[in-house]
Write a protein that binds this ligand. Structure first.
Ligand code: NAD
Length: 496
């Protein structure tokens, strides 16, 4: 999408905000009447006040979602009809792409070009699952002649999702699209930092023809609204994306309530392994910077541990510093800005604290390391690279979730593999090498849900996304995700 600054500002100045909860096809205040203030990290200004949902609001959303599920107006609708409605929703989102992107830029500070790119990715995701639903067949088992044993997939019922702020709509759509496509009712609790785009999409869903009660959005805080959804006795499944710490709470909520199914997309500390025989060191350095500083480093599978083979370390770091320069933060509403703000003041202080920790642990900053654009009133951090990092340092072990890259050096493939696997996380790993035997051996031994070779990108809906170890379990994207929103039924018919 080609963006023009004047047009961006014109649309931004004409924005109005949907700031009530969306339950049973209507915008409503929270039952308590409470609201919370939504500030933009772009300039620190108040955007709007948003309904603060709690247990009673969640109860109402679940009641509506259950009731429409039982009626069958969505859950039993012919798949090719559901498909058309989802296509229409995708079209409406496309018509409103700049507005939806602007809501995300205002909410969490990502550049408008990236924000509209995310909305485009939501649209592709929705179209992908909509296209799939009338092309997937159930099974008949190879049993005795007088038996018909049908193995069918049925929707789960009421699906809840609790999502983070780093990709406000996209992380939600990786769940919304397969869940709605398979006939479930859906309740989204977006992150408190970024509820506005999901609230706007709610009315587009109604306009597209999604029946009332099928799609609900309940803004609010984690320990209240999020917990209420996780603990609800009539929610069949909870899809969570967020930190490992909160992911573990959802397992407890499930155990303490109705044993609802839980899938977890959690944190990461992904290794990006640069061997001296990388096919193109220059490309590897560019992608190391692009992958780390995109979205201000607030990316679950960011390549935040850079493992460099000693013999090419100096050459590689020189290139890397050059490639990090275009990532200096700028005004997120300018179409050519590559890095915008951090999500808020808290996250900014957290990242700055990690930078201080890195220095005190003895790692050396070779670029960045400070807050910038303070006069804007917003929260911006320069792309930062530490070298001389040891894998047992706090900055190498913990997820910083900001534009801070830790360079660790190694000698030989065994050491690279040991360092790569020496982490609690297992979301992503990248290997740069021309040696197919070495690549294949390491790819098989790395304990992570994804291994990317000689490229940083896995941007296609047809492939699964998810983690090993404490990065979570379950998969978003691809046909595998549909299995997370359906359950398997055996119907055994004995003929005379
Ligand atoms: P977070 O865990 O703080 O919050 C995520 C969601 O959980 C929010 O909606 C929040 O309100 C809710 N929440 C917080 N405390 C809760 C509680 N006690 N009970 C119930 N709900 C609660 O995460 P965040 O700061 O929004 O996002 C950053 C994290 O998300 C990072 O760790 C990142 O790696 C992870 N993430 C993972 C993926 C993935 O696909 N694996 C994708 C994006 C982000």
């Amino acid at each position: 999408m080609t963006l023009n600054y004047e047009e961006v500002i014109k649309v931004k100045n004409s924005l109005s905000f949907k700031n009530q909860a969306f339950i049973n096809g209507k915008y409503v205040n929270s039952i308590s009447g409470k609201v919370f203030e939504n500030y933009s990290p772009v300039d620190g200004a108040l955007v709007t006040s948003v309904a603060e949902c709690d247990i009673e609001d969640i109860n109402n959303a679940v009641k509506a979602a259950r009731s429409v599920f039982e009626k069958g107006s969505w859950s039993r609708m012919a798949p090719n009809k559901r498909k058309k409605i989802l296509f229409k929703l995708a079209d409406l989102m496309k018509k409103n792409i700049l507005e939806l992107g602007l809501l995300e830029t205002l909410d969490m500070g990502k550049p408008i070009s990236a924000a509209t790119g995310d909305i485009a990715a939501c649209i592709s995701c929705l179209n992908w699952y909509a296209e799939a639903i009338d092309k997937i067949y159930d099974d008949v088992a190879p049993t005795r002649d007088n038996i018909i044993a049908m193995i069918t997939k049925e929707p789960l019922g009421v699906v809840g999702a609790v999502t983070p702020w780093n990709y406000p709509l996209l992380m939600a759509f990786w769940k919304i699209a397969p869940a709605l496509a398979t006939g479930n009712s859906f309740i989204l609790k977006p992150a408190e930092q970024s509820p506005l785009s999901a609230l706007r999409v709610s009315e587009l869903a109604m306009e597209a023809g999604v029946p009332e009660g099928v799609f609900n959005v309940v803004p609010g805080f984690g320990p209240t609204a999020g917990k209420a959804l996780g603990m609800h006795m009539d929610v069949d499944k909870l899809g969570f994306t967020g930190s490992t710490e909160v992911g573990k709470l959802f397992l407890k909520y499930s155990g303490d309530s109705n044993m609802k199914r839980v899938s977890l997309e959690c944190g990461g500390k992904s290794p990006n392994i640069i061997f001296a025989d990388a096919p193109d060191l220059d490309l590897a350095a560019k992608q190391a910077a692009d992958g780390m500083f995109f979205n201000s480093g607030q990316v679950c599978d960011a390549p935040s541990r850079l493992l460099i083979e000693k013999s090419v370390k100096n050459e590689f770091l020189e290139k890397l510093v050059e490639y990090s320069k275009p990532w200096m933060p700028n005004d997120p509403f300018q179409p050519d800005t590559s890095m915008g703000s951090m999500v808020d003041e808290n996250q900014t202080s957290r990242v700055l604290d990690y930078i201080e920790t890195g220095k005190s642990e003895g790692a050396k900053i070779i670029t960045g390391g400070e807050q910038v654009r303070k006069k804007s009133g917003g929260y911006y951090i320069a792309p930062t690279i530490f070298e001389g990092v040891k894998n047992n340092m706090k900055i190498a072990k913990e997820e910083i979730f900001g534009p801070v890259l830790c360079a660790i050096d190694f000698e030989g493939e065994d050491e690279a593999l040991d360092i790569a696997n020496d982490t609690d996380y297992g979301l992503n790993a990248i290997i740069w090498s021309n040696d197919l035997n070495k690549v294949h051996k390491i790819a098989k031994r790395i304990r992570s849900g994804k291994v990317l070779v000689n490229s940083m990108s896995d941007g296609d809906m047809s492939v699964p996304h998810g983690g090993y170890k404490q990065s979570g379990f379950g998969r978003d994207k691809s046909l595998e995700a549909m299995g997370q929103y359906t359950q398997t039924k055996l119907t055994w018919i004995e003929l005379k």
